[in-house]
Ligand binder design. Sequence first.
Ligand code: MN
Ligand code: MN
Length: 468
Amino acid sequence: MERRNAWLSYTEEERKELFALSEDYKKFLSAAKTEREFVTESVKAAKKAGYQELGEVIRSGKKLSAGDRVYATWYGKTMAMFVIGTEPMAEGMNILGAHIDSPRLDLKQNPLYEDTDQALLDTHYYGGIKKYQWTAMPLALHGVIAKKDGTSVTVRIGEDPSDPVFMVSDLLPHLGAEQMKKKASEFIEGEDLNVLVGSEPLITGDETDEEKKDKEAVKANILRILEEQYGVEEEDFLSAEIEVVPAGPARDLGFDRSMVIGYGQDDRICAYTSLAAQLMVEHPKRTAVCLLVDKEEIGSVGATGAHSHFFENAVAEVMNCAGQYHSELDVRRAMSYSRMLSSDVSAAYDPNYSSVSEKKNCAYFGRGLVFNKYTGARGKSGSNDASAEYMALMRRIFDESNVAWQTAELGKVDAGGGGTIAYISANYGMNVIDSGIAILNMHAPWEAASKADIYEGRKGYLAFLLYD
Ligand code: MN
Ligand code: MN
């Protein structure tokens, strides 16, 4: 059961469309390097496409009807978008769900210190990373500093070519003999991921020689810059969320420019293609939904993760605005009769590491959207195992719409494993299957994907949203 390489079937027109989409994707991915930035960019795109903010709809008392577009966000880190269908929502929605958080280094709450004339920021990594991959490369700071007076400062340093960047140092090979004997998991320890941010001491001219020695002048100079340029003081780090991510934009990969290399493609590649598909939906029969969630990489927890009641509450509010909320039962029906694609990335076959894959059941670049009937580890543990009947429906939808697609597992049996948000939505009783785009070196600072798969992803997601 070989699946065809999608590149072989494209017309010149389709190739043009494919490359144009990946240009838009690279721009979006470069602008949206955190969950907050992804929501900000998605809200901009939604408003441009005529989406109304749910809170405003509620306050205005306006009634929603078929064809109306509405979105809701929560704490700026998760978002749900709806196009109201002609059929009652209680008969179920078509939902695309993707996560918009990615592995990274987060600044600790008390991060700034000086060690021997270097100023550094202490971090705690977020999600599953190979720590040694994050050293000796340009890094950027993204996030927000919330001040006691209720205002907040948006941080985005290291992306403009004129910006400074930051770095976690690594040991030179000349002195690395002991380090190189360690296991890769201990090679760089979590506490070694300290970001170098300065080395020039602050000199006011009034210090005595004794004072110059004592006062951590390099750190003082960093604090002076933070005060001058951002109006923040050291204590403000206590209420900040600053993410350290690879600096620089997503780019074309390969002589033939057939791939994209970029940070955070797990899972913003699926989030972006889901968003792009959602924005194309007009007048669906079943209400079309795009759900973007946070915190997947650490267990989908918290008020903005998939376990939160945010989405269910938003559905209740939307149904109420559409005159379709008569009792809680309507919401329960809407949730349980829904269909969902849990849009999350798959591991692409890697010729350098073929031993971890089972070739009949793994994902390949260029062969389209990947369906994972199940995920999990050690005997499918923790997996949402989609039903055979639902998988058959997927075959029908995607074959009818000429979408290139393939099926896969995450690696060989017992090679490892992973999870997604699929099982969480499935708790409502809805049909859910994992389907996403294959990427190389998942969770590395720079991940790679095939442009054909991005194109097939959006095509497939749109077909799913529009299916009756
Ligand atoms: Mn993921
Ligand atoms: Mn992941």
